[in-house]
Write a protein that binds this ligand. Structure first.
Ligand code: GLC
Ligand code: CA
Length: 551
């Protein structure tokens, strides 16, 4: 076993994602800040998590929720100071909570000093830090599309060329083929590790190795933009040069990853990353050619996706487990039922269904309270560049959706659902801020809030707390292999996990009706956790019921 294989605390860990802007405001400007995160560390300790993944808190240009960084070594003034960050790190470590930062190195803001130099002239030493192309027949070099709608090429008058931006036009893609770019990134990573951070979540990291075809100046069509020939070479270099020097964890955001490529990205030999985020389960109900859709979710399809990932990676690579994050709708609204009387029941069920699988679970802030999607009625209520660009393209330009249809998609899939303020109390602004919050507070904070749940043994919060404790108590939850039961059942998601003579049985009802259980999925052994008080029938699950047993 090499050094990397020993460093595997991340397998036993539970990660909690904090979107700092929406977590807790402490200086009364309506926006969450780093001191707010410090003030809630005891809450997170009570929940029992091991690691915080902090969304970007670097200086940025305010276009894409902090993913448009203008200085990698400075804290965004709206979130605090470097002294606040240092204190957060110290206070978290005091409580044995690790801090993982976001690493956004596929692109920088167009306000970053490198880009300002790069755009200034064709012979500037930083010209090649970004991807510049000549016009093709007087227009864009080719038909490459931005993830946020529209062309991925932006014309820059100073030098009469186009630069590539796979996201907003204010986010210019770095040129990873340039060794000096890689050197700068690695130096910056060392700088943060030397401060004592415990890892990185790597933003769209499968896009750094660009397939050369997508960059041709040939007027060609939109071509795949991820996982080019040097992708794994770059990550292995980063691992050798930086990651392998520290006892840290990494998770790559890889929208294009397959079970097969995950065996490289997340191999247990530790040669690249600790794990990656795959997207198949959260996108299983996406529209045909864009993310926008209104569902419905398809349980049989969903189960097959998990089965492939669980069995495909077992013993060879490591899975991450998530239902939600700052780019996804709320877990209970997407996969459970956020209407009463099922909200809390189904929030617990989806939590247990995920946390009992093999992989490192991620909890997105508010998920542990069963927070729900927000009832958006007007596109103007949205702060998200993806929503506004999508509206422009799909409603205004190509009239693919009527405004009503697109609003329904936004309510179902829009990223702002996850970005409304954390609901701490039933009081004014949900205890998030003294001032008018930068995003509206969900009216349901009157009954969905942390204060009312922390001491209630039946709350979603207490249930999540128990899920985390179970992981620390039963090695089968960390290490067991996975077998899917009742594969074609449209209501029931049931599976077993086995390890060293123990078998965990997890049976979940993803519907508002009773569900019959096939014999293999029927409860036997010790009940570890469930979401109904009264014991039910052995061969039947009640609406949104989950039962986890151990023999
Ligand atoms: C990732 C982030 C998302 C951001 C995008 C561009 O997908 O999670 O929030 O908009 O990258 O950086
Ligand atoms: Ca603030």
């Amino acid at each position: 076993m090499n050094n990397n294989q020993k460093k595997q605390w991340f397998k036993e860990a539970v990660v909690y994602q904090v979107y700092p802007k929406s977590f807790q405001d402490t200086n009364g400007d309506g926006m969450g800040d780093l001191r707010g995160v410090i003030s809630r560390l005891d809450y997170l300790k009570e929940l029992g998590i091991d690691v915080i993944w902090l969304n970007p808190c670097y200086k940025n240009s305010g276009v894409d929720g902090g993913y448009d960084i203008s200085d990698y070594r400075a804290i965004a003034p709206e979130l605090g100071t470097m002294a606040d960050f240092d204190e957060l790190l110290k206070e978290a470590h005091k409580r044995s909570i690790r801090i993982v930062m976001d690493l956004v190195v596929n692109h920088t803001s167009t306000e970053h000093a490198w880009f300002l130099e790069s755009r200034s002239s064709k012979d500037n030493p930083k010209r090649d830090f970004y991807i510049w192309r000549k016009p093709y027949e007087g227009g864009v070099p080719n038909g490459e599309r931005s993830v946020f709608s529209g062309p991925a090429w932006e014309y820059d008058e100073t030098t009469g060329e186009y630069y590539l931006h796979m996201f907003a036009r204010e986010q210019a893609d770095l040129n990873w083929e340039n060794e000096e770019v890689r050197r700068e990134v690695y130096d910056m990573m060392h700088w943060w590790f030397k401060k004592g951070i415990d890892g990185f979540r790597m933003d769209v990291i499968d896009m750094i190795g660009k397939p050369p075809e997508m960059l041709l100046c040939d007027g060609g069509p939109h071509r795949p933009s991820s996982c080019g020939p040097r992708e794994h070479e770059f990550l292995r270099e980063m691992n050798r040069e930086v990651l392998s020097h520290y006892d840290i964890m990494t998770v790559g955001e890889t929208g294009s990853v397959t079970v097969e490529s995950a065996l490289d990205y997340a191999n247990l030999d530790g040669s690249e990353l600790s794990m990656v985020f795959q997207f198949e389960h959260v996108e299983h109900d996406a529209g045909v050619d864009t993310k926008w859709s209104t569902g419905p979710m398809n349980l049989v399809k969903l189960k097959k996706i998990f089965e492939r990932w669980e069995t495909g990676l077992h013993g060879r690579a490591w899975n991450s487990l998530y239902w939600s994050n700052h780019d996804q709708p709320r877990a209970v609204s997407h996969f459970g039922c956020d209407r009463e009387p099922y909200r809390a029941l189904s929030a617990k069920m989806v939590g247990a269904c995920l946390h009992m699988m093999e992989g490192t679970p991620y909890i997105y802030q508010g998920e542990e309270l069963g927070m729900t999607n927000y009832p958006f009625t007007e596109v103007s209520e949205s702060k998200d560049v993806e929503v506004h660009n999508g509206w422009q393209e799909l409603v205004v330009e190509c009239k693919r959706f009527t405004p009503e249809e697109m609003m329904a998609c936004i309510r179902y899939k829009g990223r702002d659902n996850a970005r409304t303020p954390m609901q701490w109390t039933a009081g004014r602004n949900a205890g998030f801020s003294e001032a008018e919050p930068w995003m509206p507070v969900h009216p349901n904070h009157a009954y969905i809030n942390a204060e009312s749940q922390i001491n209630d043994p039946d709350s979603v919060f207490s249930f999540y707390k128990r899920l985390i404790q179970l992981r620390k108590t039963h090695p089968v939850i960390v290490h067991g292999d996975f077998t899917l039961l009742a594969k074609e059942d449209e209501q029931v998601f049931a599976y077993t996990r086995s390890y060293e003579g123990k078998t965990l049985l997890v049976a979940c009802n993803f519907s508002c009706e009773d569900a019959k259980l096939e014999e293999a999925a029927q409860t036997c052994g010790e009940m570890l956790i469930g979401n109904y008080k009264e014991p039910g029938e052995k061969d039947m699950l009640r609406p949104w019921e989950v039962r986890v047993t151990l023999v």
